[in-house]
Design a protein around this ligand. Sequence first.
Ligand code: DOR
Ligand code: ZN
Ligand code: ZN
Length: 426
Amino acid sequence: EIYNADGKYVFPGFIDEHVHSRDPGLTDKEDFAHSTMSAAAGGVTTILEMPNSIPPVKDVESFDLRVRELKSKAYVDYGLWGMVLGDLNQKDLPGLAKAGVVGFKLFWGYGLNKKTLALIYNFSSADDVMMPPDEGEIYDAFRVIEQLKKPLAIHAENSYIITRLTLQERASGHIDYASFLRSRPPFSEAITIQNGIMLAKATGVHLHIVHVSSSEGLECIKSARAEGLPITGETCPHYLVLSDEDYSRLNGNMKVYPPIREKYHQNKLWEGIQSGVIQTIGSDHAPHEEKEKKGDIWTVPAGACGVQTLVPLMLHAASQGKITLNQVAALLSENPARIWGLYGQKGALSKGSDADITIVDMNVIRKLSNEELFSKNKINPFVGMEIQGAPIASFLRGIQVMEDGKAITGPIGQLIKPSTSCQSNW
Ligand code: DOR
Ligand code: ZN
Ligand code: ZN
């Protein structure tokens, strides 16, 4: 008897290039075992881990420390990002590149806690806050990273401006978050992207703009790419699925930075994907404690779970005809593998029986539920959505690690390092 594989597809193992597992340092929010088990459950076989742990991955010592902390907890393969802190760690960037970071991340415009160098999400007092690197330091970082032939990713947002406006708005007693966002053009993202492009042009660095959230930001990337500059963009499911209309239902559960805005932006981002301006989709899995996410949207921390729902949501988009299944493979596997120097190790089916593979069933229709999530805290703004298309099995380097939405091995994930320089064909 033959097996009817109708509606089933074999994809190269999916990569989530944008995960904050909080480990070490903030493990009440999330830890690496939970985040990578979630990844495995959601059809992801490789994650790239953001550097804003405590300590941040800012030099070889903190890189090694992080690897020691993570290596016995990984249910999928993982690469590490390095953090750009301006003059504080300019001299450490070559060591980090040599140690094997996939690329560097600059939280442009974000203040840092003086003692822990952790990100400051909400400014309530300026006392403990160290200001972010200035443009001179940032320019030097761009130069160094270009020489190291690594990609540089930026969180393009001037949260200081956002916070100033937020404080003014609160003081004036007008506290509806969604109308506040509607009343302010998203200039903070676009201005920062534009500055980044200017410095990229001056230095030649490959610049990757993470979590693009606005039409204005997208337009900047589009024109830079039209000039032939090596600029790529990432967006996230929450900007593609949610809009300002959802704040009344989801409140702080959908608070993320940059913020989710009007449908208009959502439509433009889909166009950006369809036209190739956006090359990757990351989840920005950024859990906080469930109790921290309750309460006033103005003061709850930004960030939500996403690593487990990334692939299902993009498959659902394909089932709706927004993108093709081939585009899903490009956005969630081949393109990130090429950008982060992993192509050959990851991102293609060509390795045969040693390959990372995710099998997808496009006939499954189900409601996303909280109970299926494996993250430590389960604030996920997509639960309750009815979606079509599901990852049903994954193989990591030839070993089956997921069956029907559950991890089925122990933590066999390994640290991966770039083996090629960036191979994006833009
Ligand atoms: O919403 C966000 N949360 N955006 C970020 O860029 C950081 C992240 C976090 O680390 O919580
Ligand atoms: Zn960010
Ligand atoms: Zn992030």
